[in-house]
Design a protein around this ligand. Structure first.
Ligand SMILES: Cc1cc2nc3c(=O)[nH]c(=O)nc-3n(C[C@H](O)[C@H](O)[C@H](O)COP(=O)(O)OP(=O)(O)OC[C@H]3O[C@@H](n4cnc5c(N)ncnc54)[C@H](O)[C@@H]3O)c2cc1C
Length: 499
């Protein structure tokens, strides 16, 4: 039954802020930190639909949940990381909690506020934001001069599960890691994990011992690399009793140097890197293991994120016979398991679908610009952080290959510099627009498929903004270029119109 005006909770008074930040994950906390330290006079709120901070690291509660990149670069530039490089969700949340506490950010954050709509009104040079309190259902209104989208890239409420034939016939539980039930009983069970990305690699070692057996069913193999969960340089620097700020900065620079070289080599000599990665995996598996079928991807390294497996725990589980890899396609589900295209079958008590995310463009918020619905796919991305025709709005969208936070940090610096510039010019509106010399520019997909191509991006590329053929109009995946380009970017080069 539809709600009526009588049953609708009353809207409270509209509150005004200079900046409204959407999301209290890694990016939103980064934005709040930068607003506090770089622009102490700016009033702002951070709204998040969830009951606490952390975003991804709060949503995902499956066993073993951990980062797949190191926290020296996945952590912020401004806050030293002192734990092991690969961190659990709990360790990441505790680090984020310290950032909030140390910088008194908590007073700006409102949890349990789901933003439903954002409307830009040129007459007022303001955004009107409508949110719903998830505890009371109350509608809450805000106006903001600037909207800072830190909503992440996927829908938090549920993960992506393909529509396999017969799935509803399967008698046991079907669980997506993103919505992991606390009471899921895996003791002695035959478990099939579908997918072989970072999530499966994390989950399988964490559950293998208590299950009867785990089968990892993948359509195609993934790249992994493995090593101990420690950083020798960090340990050495700590022996020298250096301040943690130094350790963080030195180790961060070393990791960045090494990963730049590795990514460069992957692009220039993909076969060499491919051979090395596959050999590393083969060395951790029993002799004669069919590495060709199960661990030799068809794509070149770094076209999708390469997951780090700390201490090779996934391969230890396979070697011990607790987990088996199957590379095949799903034909259909039946009551007792999965029938494969090859004709064989896997019996299962429980199926776990580690099949990825549903990309969510702009946090599922209804956007309008002066009453017209915003179609983001019709815009061109300005440096991968603003959009043509969309005034006073920026988003944080991190890197896929390098740590997300590296781009969040440089985006925060850029946005604060832009807000300073608007103050200097005494203007109230900034809107990216194509310059006359950009008018005939060829527009393409937001990220070229040959550059980076995980499934969730390919499925949703048609919803994303367009990319031009000049760096100003591209969402680059190149931290090493952008860390120079962003601070140097001329804010008066004509790409941004001020009013
Ligand atoms: C399991 C997993 C592991 C990962 N590991 C790594 C890694 O090791 N390294 C790496 O670089 N990246 C990793 N990523 C990518 C990761 O998502 C990002 O690095 C980072 O955590 C994103 O932070 P964020 O704050 O931008 O977005 P999110 O963490 O997605 O947080 C966005 C927040 O915005 C809120 N929000 C969204 N829409 C609305 C709305 N309409 N109203 C109110 N609130 C809203 C959400 O509730 C959420 O709390 C991983 C992702 C997953 C899922």
């Amino acid at each position: 039954m539809g709600r009526t005006a009588e049953t609708d909770p009353p809207e409270t008074a509209v509150e005004h802020v200079d900046v409204l930040v959407v999301g209290a994950g890694i990016s939103g906390i980064d934005a709040a930190y930068h607003l506090t330290t770089r622009r102490p006079g700016t009033s702002f709120v951070v709204l998040d639909a969830q009951e606490s901070f952390g975003g991804t690291w709060l949503t995902h509660r499956y066993p073993g949940i951990r980062s797949d990149s190191d926290l020296y670069t996945f952590g912020y530039g401004f806050k030293p990381w002192t734990g092991p490089p690969i961190a659990s969700a709990e360790e990441i949340r505790s680090y984020l909690g310290e950032v909030i506490e140390e910088n008194d950010l908590g007073r700006h954050i409102r949890y349990g506020h789901r933003i439903d709509s954002a409307s830009w009104l040129s007459a007022d040079n303001q955004w009107r934001i409508q949110a719903t309190r998830t505890d009371t259902g109350e509608h809450v209104g805000f106006t903001a001069n600037f909207l800072w989208m830190c909503q992440g890239y996927y829908r938090h409420s549920e993960g992506y599960t393909p529509d396999w034939p017969g799935l509803d016939r399967f008698a046991g539980p079907v669980v997506h890691p993103q919505t992991w039930p606390e009471d899921l009983d895996l003791e002695g069970k035959q478990v099939v994990v579908i997918g072989s990305g970072a999530t499966a690699a994390t989950l399988v070692p964490a559950i293998a011992e208590r299950c009867g057996h785990v089968t990892v069913l993948q359509r195609s193999p993934t790249y992994f690399y493995a090593g101990p969960n420690m950083n020798e340089l960090a340990d050495m620097l700590r022996l020298l009793d250096l301040p943690e700020e130094w350790v963080h900065e030195i180790v961060r620079r070393k990791i960045l140097l090494d990963s730049h070289a590795l990514i460069g080599l992957s692009l220039e000599e993909p076969q060499l890197v491919k051979d090395e990665l596959i050999k590393m995996v083969a060395d951790m598996l029993p002799e004669g293991y069919d590495v060709e079928t199960h661990f030799t991807p068809t794509y070149d390294p770094w076209r999708q994120r390469v997951a780090f497996v700390p201490d090779g725990d996934l391969f230890a589980g396979i070697s011990a016979g607790q987990a088996t890899m199957v590379t095949d396609h799903i034909e259909a589900f039946d009551e007792d398991g999965i029938v494969l295209r090859s004709g064989s079958r896997i019996d299962a008590d429980v199926v776990i679908t580690a099949t990825g995310f549903d990309l969510s463009v702009l946090g599922d918020i209804d956007f309008t610009i002066d009453g017209e619905p915003l179609d983001l796919a019709q815009t061109v991305s300005y440096r991968g952080l603003m959009f043509t025709g969309v005034p006073n709005m920026a988003w944080i969208f991190g890197y896929f290959r390098a740590s997300w936070t590296l781009r969040a940090d440089i985006t925060c610096e850029f946005v604060c510099r832009l807000l300073d510039h608007m103050d200097d010019l005494a203007v109230h509106r900034v809107t990216p627009h194509l310059r006359p010399e950009d008018a005939d520019m060829e527009l393409g997909d937001w990220i070229a498929e040959e550059n980076f191509n995980p499934g969730y991006l390919k499925r949703s590329m048609h919803l994303m903004p367009k990319r031009g053929d000049k760096h100003e109009w591209q969402h680059s995946q190149d931290y090493w270029a952008e860390k120079v380009l962003f601070p140097e970017a001329d804010l008066d080069d004509g790409c941004l119109a001020y009013e």
